[in-house]
Write a protein that binds this ligand. Sequence first.
Ligand SMILES: [Zn+2]
Length: 339
Amino acid sequence: MWTIFGQDHLLKRLEISLRQQRQSHAYLLTGPPHVGKMALAINLAQAVNCLEGPGAPCGSCNQCTRIAQRHHADIRILFPGQGEEGRSPRTVIGINDIKETLRRVNLKPYEGSTSVVIIDGAESMSDDAANAMLKTLEEPPPQVMFILLTADEGAVLPTIRSRCQSMTLVPLAKDAMVEQLVTGHQATPEQAELLYRLSRGCLGWAIGALNDPQVLEQRQADLEKLQETLGAGLETRFTYANEVASLFGSDREAAKDLLALWLRWWRDLLLIKEGAEEFLHNSDQADALKGQASGLSTAEIMQFINRLMQTLSNLDSNVSPRLAMEVLMLNIPIEAGQV
Ligand SMILES: [Zn+2]
């Protein structure tokens, strides 16, 4: 039984190859964060070890259960920040992590029939790590499946991509997600609709937010801080710039998520200007957005959206986060604070 939703286009294909035992030894699963890449990888690891196989995983045999509980000795999950090697260990999958994993999968599987290596954030492998991985994919050991996950397919070495079977996971459509959240996770229809918008169809994020109230509380706090900063003087804005810059140093993804929140806020302002309110991302904040939009021109909003996108791209090309954030803060249109 597959546990992921909305990816039937992939599951049909996978099920046929699994049943014929012609599955690939390496998959590259791509798609936005929280769309279900890890869930599919775990399902695949179950499928190739399931005692009821070949085919879709049964979900209830000893192998499937141990894999779901992440207790299975032959399933290894690598992600950035596990090792001590590399210049920025928190953001990189280093050569030593890869080498150690490859050494172990060269041995026979210990408790199942197939070893599975899941690399979450495959674009974060260091050059050395990626090259070691490439060599292994060129001559894969028997009884091993590699599953690489990435939200940024273009950042994975083309030579690695070409050795994997690529599968793209797509966000859920609105009706499918609302139904899933209401019937499967006891959300109210209103909650489900808001979560659909906030998650942009990525079910994993929506379920996470439903189960952990802190996710939405944090979003609320971030939005309040955003509005406070828009209305504040330079000193407060620079303090905020510093906070985001240090967050960037300690948790790059969280800092980028925060800027993505800014970007969606400003896109919402543009939607209000264009009279397209029904498409708002932050639909629960419509009043605050309308108040703010009334003081801004469309040109000002578009200019700041461009600034935000430029900042995100500068941060990716290793510009000083503090400098990038300070320049951004200097460019907030004055009227944005006058709600
Ligand atoms: Zn099973």
